[in-house]
Ligand binder design. Sequence first.
Ligand code: C5P
Length: 332
Amino acid sequence: MRARYYRLIVTGLTARAPAKLNLQLSVGPPRPDGYHDLATVFHAVSLYDEVTVRPAGRVTVRVEGEGAGEVPAGRGNLAVQAANALRKAAGIKDGAEISIAKRIPVAAGLAGGSADAAATLVACNRLWRAGLGLAELSELAARVGSDVPFSLVGGTAVGLGRGEQLSQALVSGRYHWVLAVADAGLSTADVYAECDRLRAAGLRPAVGDGSAHGGARRSGKRTVSRDLLAALRAGDAAAVGAQLSNDLQPAAVSLRPQLRRTLEAGKEHGALGTIVSGSGPTCGFLARSEEHALGLAASLAGAGVCRQVARVSGPVPGATLTAQSAGRGGAP
Ligand code: C5P
């Protein structure tokens, strides 16, 4: 009997990408293009969205899980934008059915949409055999959103420009965090606008707090704290906690005054550092250890200062393929 051979075709690919915290976020004045120059330290943590892509004639998206109802289902979806950017760049005619399993809260300052876009880029690059390298994917990622390049690479990285110019930071050890997730999200654009408004009203210093830092890496007038980078290199969690800073925090607190109580509660329960994550409203609390994070999470949940708490650790890698399914294609 003659053997028959069949081609195996990929029927689905799954990639996951992590949430991020900003350990430092120094924000400059608005630029002519409406964005703000940043000097930031991104830190990827172990809370992931999972994106599965399957072959299809056109690009569609379906979202399930945490806050799925608030995620745009059409072209406004960052995963759809990422897939379309890749199609265009690589001259791909195929589509993809994109399914997003959300665990990262939406509009929470954790870059959940950017994670979805980054995971989609990695998965579709393989599905369509587009063959783009990390540098090319990062360029596409930056067009989709300021945080998407970091979601691709993960780890702990200094971000300059809009946050898309990245260089990895040397980090020792593992950092244990508790995230306090708020009842409702905040729009990133609204928080930047509130930051500008507070500064114009003289309620905040005119430019970011970069002046407080001994300028290791610069973006315009903003610098990343040398002390923070040294603490990360040394694996000194207490020093990292003392160096956390976020220029958007006053704006997030101004729009959501109850965050003050959340931040206070973290301090009361012994967090090494407390910070609003990015544009908020999620607050991040640095714990002394994994055990301390357990206790801190329980205390914060008990204090009733947020909708939900999550324990995470970092740094973790960026968007990564995690599964592939294949079926029998036609005989060659
Ligand atoms: O780049 P992305 O689309 O994620 O940014 C969302 C919004 O956040 C922008 O439209 C802008 O209002 C604000 N933003 C900013 N400066 C940055 C990044 C974001 O003003 N560096």
